[in-house]
Design a protein around this ligand. Sequence first.
Ligand code: SAM
Length: 284
Amino acid sequence: MPTLSPSTSLHQLRQAVASSSALPDLSGVHYAYSHAAYEAASDQRASLQTWLPRELPPLLGAGPLRVIGVGVGDGSVDAPLAAALATNHRQVEYVGIEPHAASAAGFEARLGSLDTGCLTVTTVAGAFDDYEPAGSADLVHFVHSLYYMDDLGATLDHALAMLHPGGLLVSATAPKEPLCVLTELLSPCVGHRLWCAEDVTEELAARRLEVRSETMLAGLDLGDVLTAPHGTDEPVLDFLVGARTATMTAEVREQLMVYLTEAAVFGNPGVVPHPIEITIARVP
Ligand SMILES: C[S@@+](CC[C@H](N)C(=O)[O-])C[C@H]1O[C@@H](n2cnc3c(N)ncnc32)[C@H](O)[C@@H]1O
């Protein structure tokens, strides 16, 4: 493969995409399936499953809690957090909002199977925009879900309005580069700008909130993506770009592979950086 700087290879990829047809959407089922394959190829989820239960409980005091998770998927990230919060006889009311019905059912089953008498779980199988909580919350979190919201500012305001004074809004969102830029370029399904960590930080700064941010480093193992078009790791590539890649033209695929090769971790050509920025804002 030729060696280019990532900005040059991204420019060439943009040119190839501009002269090709849009890729097909990920259906709801393939979205969940390819998401699972993608997370399995990365060490990011394991880090989040450790980080959130370790870092958030000390910020939330010792009393009963009301938590709202937005876009919880199958609850893989929420379960360890819920278990860590519902300890020492603390009552925790945990609401999971998830529009994809099968994922919502997975969330309900996973959190329902936690062995604690202190946890009450409510699953809302719908979109966050339509949700009105019964009472104010201590924590509202978005783990990899803010990308998809139609209006980022309105979504953050909706979440902030649910929090009582001292409550936390937590966003775990990828920065634009090196990978979100590919979804923005190739996914047909978002329908608006893909909101990334930089956008979240900007919106929260504009609201003059006390904010703490931390970037967690991780790596995504591309498996056979670079060498085998339509190989066993095609779902990883599908989720990475937010589209079915089977019909991608040879030219776009070639430029995409050049970009991924250029983005790879130094000394580990099959792995690309997969960082996530965790932002915690406290309501005054
Ligand atoms: C990348 S997944 C993350 C799932 C989970 N938080 C995790 O990290 O495993 C994004 C999730 O956001 C959900 N989602 C998309 N639009 C949403 C909306 N308007 N309201 C709530 N959730 C939404 C999707 O259905 C999907 O399950």
